[in-house]
Design a protein around this ligand. Structure first.
Ligand SMILES: [Mg+2]
Length: 370
C-alpha cells in the first residue's frame, strides 16, 4: 500500500497527558482575546491526549484538534461523555453550551484510516455548492468570532524550513516550507479534489484522473506565482496525490507548501448552518511581507471555501468523470491565460474573478491586435 511507504506520516507525536495538572477540563481566560479556553483530556485507544480548545469553538473544531493529536479524522470520531453523546454528534454545537465538567474525561472511539484511497471513493460526495448571499458572505467575513478563530489559527501554525512535514510542539503546528517564498511574485492557492484531480473515478494509474494540462499550467504560472496546494482532506492524501501526479518533483516549477483540513476554520451561516472554509488570512498572517489580499488568488470548485476572502476566490468548473472529459477539458489552459494576463496588476482583489473567461479572451484578442 503506497500510503504505508510515506516515511514521515503520520508524524504528529501525541502530547503527554501529564500537561494537565489541574484536571481533565480546565477553563481559563485567554488574556489576549478574552476567550474562555478549555483544556480537555480525551481518552483514545488506551492513551490520554490533551487538547486545547476555546469555549466558542464548535464540536467540529474540537474534533479537528483531536485529529491533530491522534490522526483519527474528524468524520471517523465518535465522542463519548456522560449524557452528552447525542449533542457531541452535532458538529455545530458550541462547546460553551455543553455542561462539560472538570472531573470527567472524554472518550473518543475511532480508527485511523488505513486505506485512504478507499476512504476517498467511499466518502459521501459533496455535490451541491450552496450559494451564500452577498450580505451573508460579508457578515461571516466580518464577524468578530470568525476573525478571532482565524487569529488563533494563525498563532497555532508556524511554517518551517526544516525537513519535517508536521511535528508537534505545545499547541503549535509546524508546516514544512517546501520551497522559499519568492518576494515580488504573486500567490496562487489551489484545491485538489475536482480542481486538479477527479478523486471519485477509479483508474489503474492515477495519472488518468489528473486534470489535463496540469503540469503545463503549473510550469507556466510559476513564472509569476508562488504555488500553495490546500486540500480539505488529510495531509496523507495531499502528499500521496501530489506525489503520484509528479507535482512535487517536476523540474519546471516548485511548490511552496502544502496545507490540509487542519488549517481550515469552521464558520456558521444563518441559511446553511455550520461549514468549513479555507481562510487565506492564515497564509497572509504567516508571510505578511510576501503575500496579502492584493496579490493572492485561489482556485476551488466550492464557493463556500472562499467565504472569508470572497474577492480572492475563483470558482473552477469541477473536473469530474475524467474518463469522459479528459480529452476535452481545457480549463487549466484557459486559466493559464487569465493568470498571466492579470499577473501585472497591482491589486487582484479589485477584479471580479467570476468574469475570468471573458477577461482571458479579451486579453488574447488585445495581444493579437497589437
Ligand atoms: Mg474540491
Amino acid at each position: 500500500m503506497e500510503s504505508s511507504t510515506t516515511p514521515s506520516l503520520p508524524s504528529v507525536p501525541p502530547p503527554s497527558s501529564s500537561s494537565s495538572s489541574s484536571g481533565p477540563l480546565t477553563p481559563a481566560l485567554d488574556a489576549e482575546e478574552g476567550v474562555e479556553e478549555l483544556t480537555l483530556v480525551v481518552k483514545w485507544s488506551g492513551r490520554e491526549y490533551t487538547v486545547r480548545v476555546c469555549g466558542d469553538d464548535s464540536v467540529a473544531e474540537l474534533k479537528r484538534r483531536i485529529c491533530e493529536a491522534t490522526n483519527v479524522l474528524p468524520k471517523r470520531q465518535k465522542l463519548l461523555y456522560p449524557k452528552l453523546a447525542t449533542k457531541l454528534s452535532d458538529d455545530s454545537i458550541l462547546l460553551c453550551h455543553l455542561p462539560l465538567k472538570p472531573s470527567v474525561r472524554m472518550t473518543m472511539i475511532g480508527t485511523v484510516e488505513d486505506d485512504i484511497i478507499v476512504d476517498q471513493v467511499d466518502a459521501p460526495e459533496v455535490i451541491d455548492d450552496f450559494e451564500l448571499g452577498q450580505d451573508e458572505v460579508t457578515e461571516i467575513k466580518d464577524k468578530e468570532v470568525n476573525k478571532q478563530k482565524l487569529r488563533r489559527r494563525v498563532n497555532q501554525y508556524k511554517f518551517s524550513t526544516k525537513p519535517l512535514t508536521y511535528f508537534w510542539l505545545p499547541y503549535v503546528l509546524m508546516i514544512e516550507l517546501l520551497n522559499p517564498c519568492r518576494k515580488g511574485k504573486k500567490l496562487l492557492v489551489l484545491d485538489i479534489d475536482y480542481t486538479l484531480f477527479d478523486h471519485r473515478s477509479t483508474a489503474e494509474n492515477p495519472l488518468e484522473l489528473m486534470r489535463p494540462y496540469l503540469h503545463e499550467f503549473l510550469s507556466a504560472v510559476y513564472a509569476e506565482y508562488d504555488i500553495i496546494i490546500w486540500s480539505a482532506t488529510s495531509m496523507k492524501w495531499v502528499e500521496l496525490k501530489m506525489g503520484q501526479l509528479g507535482v512535487l518533483s517536476n523540474p519546471n516549477y516548485k511548490i511552496t507548501a502544502l496545507l490540509d483540513h487542519l488549517a481550515m476554520i469552521t464558520v456558521q451561516s444563518d441559511s446553511h448552518g455550520i461549514f468549513e472554509c479555507k481562510p487565506l488570512g492564515l497564509i497572509w498572517g504567516q508571510f505578511p511581507e510576501v503575500y496579502n489580499s492584493k496579490n493572492t488568488i485561489m482556485f476551488d470548485d466550492l464557493r463556500r471555501n472562499f467565504v472569508m476572502n470572497p474577492q480572492n476566490g475563483l470558482i473552477i468548473k469541477p473536473f469530474r468523470k475524467a474518463h469522459l472529459y479528459r480529452g476535452t477539458d481545457q480549463e487549466l489552459m484557459k486559466l493559464t491565460r487569465y493568470l498571466l494576463a492579470i499577473a501585472g496588476l497591482d491589486d487582484l482583489s479589485l477584479l471580479d474573478h467570476g468574469y475570468w473567461e471573458s477577461y482571458a479572451e479579451d486579453s488574447t484578442k488585445r495581444r493579437r491586435h497589437r
